[in-house]
Design a protein around this ligand. Structure first.
Ligand code: G3H
Length: 539
């Protein structure tokens, strides 16, 4: 392990030319009211999870800077969004759907031009490997394409009139107002855009604040935002959430709060809003998804899924398997196979071919993970894989912890990192109680082949989590499926289709079905005197 760690971080010269960064990126721009503004105030330093060898030392790379806006400046972005929405009368919220779609298509075209720059920054800022960084970018573009398709479909269905009990009506979805969109550092592009794009395309105006890491990678998209949307429709701010976002929420002018992060931060921010009933929230929060391995099981499949489920992107996924309950009859074999699979995962820098384990972006994370391991070991667990828990700089080699029990912190806390706690069980009720009593309810995985047992567990857990995965790891995709959670894990449901609904409200124009009203509506449609009341069919 020492040898591996000694050769983990490269020298600057060892980085392939295509992935070098050059000069530090000093960003002073932020986007307000259709203009890239220059910030003259203090800047935040952006550090990479990547360290480089310099002589006998290893040093963390400094990538550049981003603006540390103050509350007043953040409020200018909010004012721009409020003005562009203009109480629902602005050009954007009243624009015909087909035209709004054209703006989003323009943005998508410009965004695609920035693929290389964004992918490179994903690797440098959050340590995501090249393959997954490319996947994040492409998946986001696909999400935008699918969102456009879903809106066209929705609009086609709304373009007709309905007649119920002598009442003629047309129902369309209308925007809600000003949306505040904030994403997480593990998917700083994809997860943020899964709220940002639906919010925009439904006619809301937006203030967007990038995640705590993965901030510079939004910079190449600022011009695309500026040039694709009318002024004030999308505003991008930077700075400490405590200062900027708190001021936005306390203003009472945010109508939709789209946030991916901890339930504590979400609750604190929601409480600041003076009119809670006027705030709609779309939240993706904490999770502690269990993987449950039954005694009758295809163990090779269970291990394969558990390894990727627990360790892809070093376990930094809200959907990661964060605790494994394995039946005593198969636990020895499970651990043996798991260790072998884990040992085959390649540690290295994000751009190295085939690399699976990479450095972590959060300062203090290694200490936190060491603390969880020490606590578990203190209470009787062992790190059973060779080199497990070894660390260097920002890198932490995954630790397979066994046997874990309810006294240990890792049994309860969301580690969000490369720690794999395994709990042996004989009585399935222990596992059921864990799920029932958990504060979280995002997803779980059941690995087994006994239909009676799996069927019983499906029924037991259907009212506990948002998704039950059979013989498969937990995951968000495909993005057309609902993604949500119960308890402290989420508020609202996102999917390509659902997100359009989250960021809009059904609005009905209704009239008594009589000659004069039929004539009136026909005239409005024929003369194109309304953008709302129309039978236009979007192709
Ligand atoms: O971090 C949470 C993400 O939504 C997980 O998405 O399951 O596709 O990795 P994923």
């Amino acid at each position: 392990m020492d040898r591996l760690l000694d050769s983990l971080f490269p020298t600057a010269n060892e980085i392939p030319e295509a992935y070098r960064l050059g000069e530090p990126l000093v960003q002073r721009e932020y986007l307000v009211n259709g203009q890239l503004q220059q910030w003259d105030g203090p800047l935040a330093t952006v550090r990479s999870p990547v360290w480089l060898k310099e002589g006998n030392e290893e040093r963390q790379v400094t990538l550049g800077n981003t603006p540390l806006l103050d509350a007043d400046t953040a409020l200018t972005a909010l004012d721009a969004a409020v003005h562009a929405y203009d109480k629902g009368r602005g050009a954007w919220p009243t624009m015909r759907v087909a035209e709004r779609i054209q703006h989003v298509e323009t943005f998508l075209g410009k965004m695609r031009e920035q693929r290389e720059a964004v992918v490179k920054l994903l690797m440098w800022e959050i340590g995501k490997n090249l393959k997954d960084s490319e996947k994040e970018f492409d998946r986001t573009c696909d999400y935008i394409v699918d969102t456009i398709g879903a809106l066209k479909e929705l609009d086609r269905r709304s373009s007709r009139f309905e007649l119920e009990q002598d009442t003629l009506g047309q129902i369309r979805r209308a925007p809600l107002g000003v949306a505040l969109c904030m994403g997480p550092y593990n998917y700083p592009l994809n997860e943020t855009f899964t709220t940002l794009i639906p919010a925009l395309i439904m006619g809301n105006t937006v203030v967007f604040k990038p995640a705590k890491f993965g901030v510079l990678l939004i910079r190449p998209l600022l011009e695309a935002f500026r040039d694709s949307f009318p002024a004030g429709v999308i505003n991008v701010i930077y700075g400490r959430g405590r200062e900027t976002v708190s001021a936005l929420m306390a203003s009472g002018k945010i109508d939709v709060f789209a946030f991916i992060g901890t339930n504590k931060a979400a609750s604190d921010l929601k409480k600041l809003h003076p009119r809670p009933h006027r705030l709609r929230a779309a939240l993706g929060l904490d999770a502690k998804n269990p993987g449950i391995v039954l005694p009758e099981v295809d163990l090779d499949n269970a291990v394969n899924e558990a390894v990727t489920g627990a360790l892809s992107f070093n376990g930094q996924r809200c959907t990661a398997l964060k605790i494994l309950f394995v039946h005593e009859d198969v636990v020895a074999s499970f651990l043996d196979k798991f260790q072998r699979k884990l040992a085959a995962l390649k540690p290295g820098m994000p751009w190295e071919p085939g690399v699976a384990l990479t450095p972590l972006p959060e300062a203090g994370k290694i200490d936190y993970l060491n603390g969880l391991v020490a606590d578990a070991v203190d209470k009787g667990a062992k790190v059973i894989n060779e080199g497990g828990g070894a660390s260097r700089g920002s890198f932490f080699y995954p630790a397979l912890l066994y046997p874990v029990n309810a006294q240990m912190r890792v049994y309860h806390e969301e580690q969000f990192g490369p720690l794999v706690p395994v709990v042996p069980y004989r009585d399935l009720q222990t596992v059921i109680d864990y799920v029932l009593d958990s504060d979280f309810g995002q997803q779980l995985s059941i690995f087994g082949s006994n239909s009676a047992e799996v069927g019983m567990l499906v029924d037991t857990f259907a009212n506990q989590v948002g998704r039950i995965n059979l013989n498969a790891q937990c995951q968000r995709g495909p993005d057309t499926y609902p993604f949500n959670g119960r308890k402290n894990s989420a508020e609202g449901t996102l999917s390509v289709h659902d997100a359009l609904r989250v960021f809009s409200i059904r609005t009905l124009v209704a009239t008594r079905f009589q000659e004069s009203n039929k004539q009136l509506i026909s005239d409005i449609i024929r003369n194109r005197e309304s953008s709302f009341l129309t039978t236009d069919y979007i192709f």
